[in-house]
Design a protein around this ligand. Sequence first.
Ligand SMILES: [Zn+2]
Length: 382
Amino acid sequence: MKHKTIEIFLFIDALGWKIVNDHSFMQELLPHRRKMMMQFGYSSSAIPTILSGKTPADHGHLGLFRFAPERSPFKTVSALSWLFKPEFFWNRGRVRHHLSKILKKIYGFTGYFQLYRMPLWKLKFVDYCEKQDLFIAKGMTPWKNLHDTLSEMKIPFHISDWHLSDDENYLAAEKAISDGKKFLFVYTASLDGLLHDKVGIFSAVQEKLETIKQRIEHLYSVAAEYAEHVHFTVFSDHGMTPLSGTVDIMSKIGESGLIFGRDYGACFDSTMARFYYLTPESKSVIADLMKPFPGHFLSVEEEKKYGIYRDDRIFGDGIFLLDAGIQIVPSDMGGSPLNGMHGFVPEDEHSYAAILANIPVPEKIGRVSDYFNLMTERAAEL
Ligand SMILES: [Zn+2]
């Protein structure tokens, strides 16, 4: 027997509104479309937002790292950092990748964990936000995530395993449909990886989008065998902004005479520097040092508008956001620039996320933090 309706929500990391339009992506199958305000931050803030409907102001995930010496789980690693010499060896990408894997196992983290370029000596000053797998049951306690909510509704559902490749996730979704599931949240992340490298190469992006289109059409056709109606919605978390320049903020602050951990703390993400003022003077010294850089400190109003304002200032006392296209190099995330990056001001034309569907999307859905309500409302109608 066929279901009346199958709801499929396909998340495509970095499928920005601009790319959707530049490539007229899936106009025929998914004609109901519009731009969405991205969740300020990175995938580390967007994913928990999509899975819970909460913003970073509530769920506490902005950058992967935050300055919090009293809460750092990494004190032993920093204490042993003298063992990890020479430094250049441990800074190689593949070595850090393996070290990340080892630490993840030692600490029992189930979420996405990467050290990126965070210096080992600095680890004792920082906490990491994604210690838990956000996708699974109770993955975002005290908040209910999508898994918890759908379980309560007793709807046969499938949520992708984010550890798997996109191809594996499309196949798992097709199998879930044949197993009787009628609500699907399918996670795919490979477009993001491609765009970080090839955002400016039209043919490469077109080829990738063509592959995605074929996978979508196949998934759709499988669902159509099992339901009278297939509601298919594609959504993304942000776009991709081409590189327009780099700035070396770390050196400037490092040469200032301020001592990290005594006078100030900082997290250097790819597109923003988040400062923690530990002395009254450090705020004004850092404000002066940052003046020449192309960007600005977010106002309280901006932080509130972007859903990242918190009284406890765990994201930083001052958040300096670079102008769109300018990357911090080096940062805690990497030692060289990428051709494309996200995490700039949400109102930049390259930043907007997108929603594309084969049925109308309610007007009230306007930002990434609205996807959760859209999904749970649709689930309630099944
Ligand atoms: Zn990315």
